[in-house]
Design a protein around this ligand. Structure first.
Ligand SMILES: Cc1cc2nc3c(=O)[nH]c(=O)nc-3n(C[C@H](O)[C@H](O)[C@H](O)COP(=O)(O)O)c2cc1C
Length: 370
């Protein structure tokens, strides 16, 4: 394929993959697309290891990184280790009771602090932490930095451009896309509500062309609900220059998702990908679970602002539930395309099938006009 984004990165197909998993990142880039590693769940040491692994396995193909650099996060700083001081007791009690009532055992005495500290030490939430991580990443041959939750600071854009690194940002509204453009982004990722993870309320069908028009001639990637060739064709038809996919890789052999959660995804339908603030404090599309259901009840507390709600869920719920793989509480961010995920596959197969269906669609569309 040939278009602005293929030229920008020297890639064969404008299929960009968001993933927290280095194996997915390398596999997508080697298959002709561009893998982007989400850094939100790792500390500096792990990031160095992951990027070194990618450098050693990606055959010189381009790849990028994704940071969560929000402008409105409260900075939890070092306090995040002392969850009893940081989190309001009634919120802790609500989650603790939920997990206790399900018969899930508490973390072994003495181990809890260690486990929580190890897990939370891997989370990079704040602008300060993100900048430190970006400096580490810049010591590797990254070709792209994506900012997930707002416009990247102009200093970051200048620093990246000086090293030949492109910068992009996610947008759920045209006004956000216009701001990203003003901050010097090289392209915009328009994220429709169908998407897994943090997303807005507007559907891809409506959002993509609005953002394309708002920032023209800047290229736009279509995100939210893309997993197959017909959706890739729709993205081009709506004026985008390629696609940005996150959920579809979760079902692959390369992904980080544990088998029990994969099974839940294979059994799920699109409406099981619910929008909730329960997991991170911000609207996030996630696989429905007993935890997300509990926050829908009238007696549930209002979720804490990010990143506190994430720390609460991780420290009091997720760690305990995943330790015993309790099926009702297992959850993971995933988009509405979960309804199309019915069995395991590989990254190469996903891309091969996407391109095959795209070519068939192209042929079918060209027959429409006489
Ligand atoms: C498991 C998972 C985790 C995600 N975490 C992040 C993240 O840390 N940063 C980010 O920019 N986007 C994140 N996203 C959102 C993706 O970047 C992307 O917008 C979304 O997956 C696209 O829609 P799709 O899920 O329908 O493919 C995540 C998505 C998923 C499925």
């Amino acid at each position: 394929m040939k278009n602005k984004l293929c030229d920008m990165f020297g890639i064969d197909i404008p299929v960009f993959a968001f993933s927290h998993c280095r194996d997915v990142v390398a596999a997508v880039s080697k298959a002709g697309g561009l893998g982007v590693l989400g850094m939100a769940r790792m500390g500096p040491e792990r990031l160095r290891e992951e990027l070194q692994w990618i450098d050693d396995h990606i055959d010189g193909k381009p790849y990028g990184i994704d940071v969560l650099m929000p402008s409105t996060y409260s900075d939890a700083g070092d306090l995040k280790y002392d969850i009893d001081r940081l989190l309001p007791p009634e919120h802790v009690a609500f989650v603790r009771k939920l997990i206790d009532d399900a018969g899930i055992p508490p973390l072994p005495a003495g181990e809890k602090d260690e486990i929580v500290r190890a897990l939370l030490g891997e989370l990079s939430f704040t602008p300060r932490e993100s900048m430190q991580m970006i400096d580490i990443a810049m010591a590797h041959p990254i070709k792209l930095i994506v900012n997930a939750l707002g416009s990247p600071p102009p200093e970051l854009v200048d620093k990246a451009h000086a090293r030949g690194i492109r910068v992009a940002a996610m947008a759920g509204k045209p006004k956000h896309a216009i701001k990203h453009k003003a901050h010097g982004c090289d392209f915009i990722i328009a994220v429709g509500t169908e998407a897994g993870g943090h997303t807005g309320p507007v559907s891809s069908m409506v959002l993509w062309p609005r953002i394309v028009d708002a920032v023209a001639p800047l290229p736009v990637l279509a995100a939210g609900g893309v997993s197959r060739g017909r959706q890739l064709a729709a993205a081009f038809a709506l004026g985008c220059e390629g696609v940005w996919c996150g959920s579809i890789w979760l079902k692959t052999a390369e992904s980080e998702v544990i088998p029990e959660i994969k099974e839940k995804m294979f059994a799920a339908d699109s409406e099981d990908a619910v929008m909730t603030r329960a997991v991170t404090g911000k609207p996030c599309r996630t696989l429905r679970s007993a935890f997300t259901d509990a926050y829908e009840q009238p007696d549930a507390p209002t979720p804490l602002p990010a990143p506190l709600q994430n720390i609460l869920w991780w420290a009091e719920g997720r760690t305990r539930a995943e330790r015993v793989r309790h099926p009702n509480f297992l959850t993971y961010p995933v988009g509405q395309i979960v309804g199309d995920m019915t069995g395991p596959t590989t990254v190469r197969e996903v891309i091969y099938e996407m391109m095959t269906e795209f070519v068939e669609t192209q042929a079918r569309l060209s027959d429409i006009l006489e």
